[in-house]
Design a protein around this ligand. Structure first.
Ligand SMILES: CSc1ccc(CNCCO)cc1
Length: 426
């Protein structure tokens, strides 16, 4: 509560221009922004100052600092106000955040990314695929036949003192690529990058499809879609993010996926050092449960930008980009030797072909996917024929902005009300 005296004092200081003499709030100087700062010649530099993402303005404390700066005894009620607001913020500071690596499962091309997750007591660490295109947290478990396990780490609830069976509950999921799994359900502590959720539903696999058995670097998935998609029955369960949300500094998680190197998933805060420029936010339609957002159009290589509203989902659990056939054919018309191969199940081309970039719009912002990301991988190891990172969505039934697009940007999944998604360059 700021009294009239203080307002007069502050106004007086402002009138004298002294208030502006207060040191500017210097937050973290964004590394990487140097390139965006004007070049002032040798020996000089200018950096854009930004507030740390955890900055909380405290008015009472700001006025109190003015009194201290000019040696004016602070009135009693101001001292009380500072103590009161500090107490409020200290409670908030205890809220959570998390940050964990997203590591490609294959050195040669980015099939998927896994993140270490600890489950139970004592902690059991599994490498899980964070998937914003689904909403089940399921793991390879001690309930699987050993014939279906090929090197994956497993979660054994009977070895965790904090595991509790969710009696009478089961789950079964089938993904767009035909893979799937099913099993029973426990609750236990789950920690991602320092952020812990107690009593998180952990869906223990009793059966997995062959593609999961052979994918030995993935020990399960963490669904980051909306909880409406969760398959647990008879009572569906909340995702890790939905359970964590109320304890996060901010109801967000961010994806900073990278090309052939580890990136990060952050929970509860936006790391200003991970992007450049501004974040462009657009609305999300969370029905039926995907992060569905409108893209504003596209361009192939250096061609003109075609304005066109494209509704699609941001899906960290899908490797490639799937868009309407008209867009995809326009792209591959620019690729020497490209064909839509029935035998390989999509657009392929000679690996030596020169590929154009692909640019997509989010609002007024433009994001360009480098050609290297779009020359996804040889159709078989060592083949001279390569599979495209951009494919048609006609067989999928939904447009998907998978990892090939996501790793060209810094993406904010805002789980606030209403939900939005933000895209920034990096
Ligand atoms: C067999 S490896 C595998 C990894 C992730 C998924 C789920 N992602 C698809 C849609 O989000 C399926 C299979």
């Amino acid at each position: 509560m700021v009294t009239v005296t203080n307002l007069v004092l502050t106004a007086a200081l402002a009138a004298l221009g002294l208030a502006s003499a207060l040191p500017p709030k210097i937050g973290t100087i964004r590394t990487g922004d140097e390139k965006n700062s004007p070049n002032l010649g040798s020996g000089r530099a200018s950096f854009k100052q930004v507030r740390g993402s955890r900055y909380r303005f405290n008015g009472a404390r700001a006025v109190y600092k003015t009194y201290l700066k000019y040696g004016v005894p602070a009135p009693e009620d101001l001292v009380k106000a500072v103590a009161h607001t500090d107490a409020l913020y200290s409670a908030e500071v205890k809220r959570g955040t998390g940050s964990a690596a997203a590591v490609p499962i294959n050195a040669d091309f980015d099939i998927a990314y896994v993140t270490p997750v600890t489950l139970g007591t004592p902690p059991q660490t599994l490498q899980l695929d964070f998937d914003s295109g689904s909403s089940d947290l399921w793991v390879f478990s001690s309930h699987l036949p050993t014939s279906q396990i090929r090197g994956q780490q497993i979660y054994a609830p009977n070895k965790s003192s904090t595991a509790k069976l969710l009696d009478g509950h089961s789950w079964s999921i089938t993904y767009g690529d035909g893979s799937g799994s099913r099993g029973n359900v426990y609750t236990d502590n789950v920690t991602v990058g320092g952020l812990t959720v107690g009593s998180q539903a952990i869906e223990c696999a009793q059966q997995v499809s062959s593609s999961f058995t052979t994918e030995d670097h993935i020990d399960g998935l963490v669904g980051l879609g909306f909880s409406t998609l969760n398959t647990v029955s008879p009572k569906s369960q909340l995702t890790f993010f939905d359970n964590a949300k109320s304890n996060l500094d901010s109801p967000v998680f961010t994806a900073d996926l990278k090309y052939k190197q580890a990136g990060t998933y952050d929970f509860g805060f936006i790391d200003e050092a991970k992007y450049t420029g501004e974040i462009t936010y657009v609305p999300v339609n969370s029905d039926p449960g995907y992060w569905t957002f409108p893209s504003s159009g596209y361009a192939v290589g250096s061609g003109n930008f075609t304005a066109s509203s494209i509704s699609g989902i941001a899906d960290t659990g899908t490797s490639l980009v799937y868009l309407p056939t008209a867009i995809v054919t326009a792209y591959y018309r620019q690729v020497q030797g490209a064909t839509n191969s029935r035998s390989y199940g999509g657009y392929v081309f000679p690996c030596a072909s020169t590929l154009p970039t692909f640019t997509f719009g989010v609002g007024a912002a433009r994001f360009t996917i480098p050609a290297a990301y779009l020359n996804y991988a040889p159709v078989t190891p060592g083949s001279a024929t390569c599979f495209g990172g951009l494919q048609s969505s006609s067989g999928v039934g939904i447009n998907i902005w998978g990892d090939v697009a996501l790793k060209a940007a810094f993406v904010v999944f805002n789980g606030g009300n209403p939900p939005t998604i933000g895209w920034a360059a990096k």
